[in-house]
Design a protein around this ligand. Structure first.
Ligand SMILES: Nc1nc2c(c(=O)[nH]1)N[C@H]1C(S)=C(S)[C@@H](COP(=O)(O)O)O[C@H]1N2
Ligand SMILES: [Mo]
Length: 177
């Protein structure tokens, strides 16, 4: 066997070894462009964000939030005596739109309240950032404009102090450490 023959045999293999991981990393890192908000920004995702649209942050107006995959959750909450029909984007859809990969999220409210929540909550359950209740936009008096709603009625095991703490109302920012 000549050296030339061995080189010709190995070259494509070497090329695969070098090029393939790059090709995969490239497709994986392909960002989904997040449009820029045109209306008033009501939610900001900051920190470790892969798809920023304004500066290094992901800003959302109402229209952008409404365009995300959403759910309707019919449930009581520890703060409502009657059942409500809460509707809004899935938190995991929001994280994916912003390219937020962190394991833990800091959810901050207009009143400076802040809670930490594990990312897994939003994959284990259809947790939404409710924008409306019974078809009406959530006002600041009804825990709006954005309220983290867990499906308490469907999953009573969620009625714990820890999850109550993560049920942040008046949400304005999600920080990905
Ligand atoms: N914006 C905002 N969300 C919040 C809070 C708050 O003070 N502000 N309190 C949290 C805590 S600690 C709990 S236990 C629940 C319920 O608060 P409550 O017992 O005062 O009704 O809401 C959570 N969400
Ligand atoms: Mo609490």
């Amino acid at each position: 066997m000549s050296i030339g023959f061995i080189v010709r045999l190995l070259a494509p293999l070497l090329w695969l070894l070098i090029a393939l991981p790059h090709a995969q990393a490239h497709t994986h890192a392909q960002p989904t462009p997040l449009p820029e908000p045109t209306g008033r920004v009501i939610l900001t995702l900051s920190g470790d964000i892969a798809h920023p649209n304004v500066g290094g942050e992901a800003h959302f107006d109402r229209t952008m939030l409404k365009a995300l995959p959403s759910r309707i959750i019919e449930t009581h909450t520890p703060w409502h005596s009657d059942k409500g029909r809460f509707e809004g984007p899935l938190v995991r859809a929001l994280l994916e739109a912003a390219g937020a990969d962190g394991d833990c999220l800091r959810i901050r409210a207009l009143d400076d309240f802040e809670a930490q929540a594990p990312r897994s909550d939003f994959y284990d359950h259809d947790v939404i950032l409710a924008m409306s209740r019974d078809g009406e936009p959530l006002g600041i008096r009804d825990y709006g404009p954005l309220f983290v709603v867990y499906p308490f009625d469907a999953h009573p095991e969620l009625l714990t102090e820890a999850v109550r703490f993560r049920s942040v109302w008046h949400v304005e920012r999600i920080i990905v450490p």
